[in-house]
Design a protein around this ligand. Structure first.
Ligand code: MG
Length: 253
């Protein structure tokens, strides 16, 4: 099932895609069992927004071998985590604003997990119970600032640096799924979710030992090799098999 958040006639709704390709509105939050209201609209008549409004976004760095190699990093013995602020989230079709203090803003196509229930100290065997679904993410990064600063906060946290969407797929198969990023139509990242070094249940176990995860929180699971620079006017697309395509343009700040 594909859930989305959207604007229709000036109001914001949660809803889901029907078999007929319509958007059906639902009352309440999707992860709390929102019920259909009976109202539908054509997908072309709505503006698709970021599919959730997380309290926090927890990201895993260096979680594909080829990205570790291109970054000249050794594989971490345990997940390397950092945060992006919720104010960085934008939806499909919204512009990534290129900050003027960076000369090297990169795309990072990633699988994102949306949390279903408040949880802490989850064991990996029980992690599935706390996952609502998956969406596409772009962990936009000012690479020059990441290298210059000791930690990642500034490089990862600019407004618009966390595109999410278009849908949350609740039936995603974690056994595998292709992940691709295209820049102006050119394939620049191509991998498979089955190549994640730390798998999703281990990631949830690791993060939830540190902090409580809340409904609607988002975990970015890391990017495969092929990261690179985006420039003003570029169109960047992150596609995950079974979820959809997240498209954003880049504009000057
Ligand atoms: Mg990343």
């Amino acid at each position: 099932m594909k859930w989305l958040r959207y604007e229709h006639k000036g109001k914001v709704f949660y809803g889901f895609l029907t078999d007929a390709g319509l958007v059906a509105a639902a009352a309440g939050l999707p992860w709390e069992g929102a019920a259909p209201t009976g109202h539908t609209a054509a997908l072309s008549d709505v503006t698709v927004l970021a599919p959730c409004q997380p309290e926090k976004i927890v990201c895993v760095g260096v979680n594909y071998l080829d990205h570790a190699q291109e970054s000249n990093r050794s594989l971490p013995p345990e997940p390397l985590i950092f945060l992006k602020p919720p104010t960085a989230v934008i939806g499909p079709g919204e512009a990534i604003v290129h900050p003027d203090i960076s000369d090297n803003v990169h795309y990072e196509g990633e699988l994102a997990i949306v949390i279903k229930k408040r949880c802490r100290a989850v064991k990996k065997d029980e992690a599935a119970e706390y996952i609502f679904g998956c969406t596409c993410a772009n962990d936009v990064t000012a690479r020059d600032l990441q290298r210059k600063d000791i930690q990642f906060t500034r490089a990862k946290s600019f407004d618009t640096f966390c595109p999410l969407g278009p849908y949350i797929e609740t039936g995603f198969d974690f056994a595998g799924g292709e992940i691709k990023t295209r820049l102006n139509g050119r394939l620049v990242q191509s991998s498979n979710i089955n190549r994640l070094i730390f798998k999703v249940p281990e990631i949830i176990e690791f993060i939830s030992k540190v902090m409580t995860l809340c409904p609607g929180d988002v975990i970015l699971t890391g990017t495969p090799g092929g990261v690179g620079r985006m420039q003003d006017g570029d169109l960047v697309e992150v596609e995950i098999e079974g979820i959809g395509v997240l498209k954003n343009t880049v504009i000057g700040g």
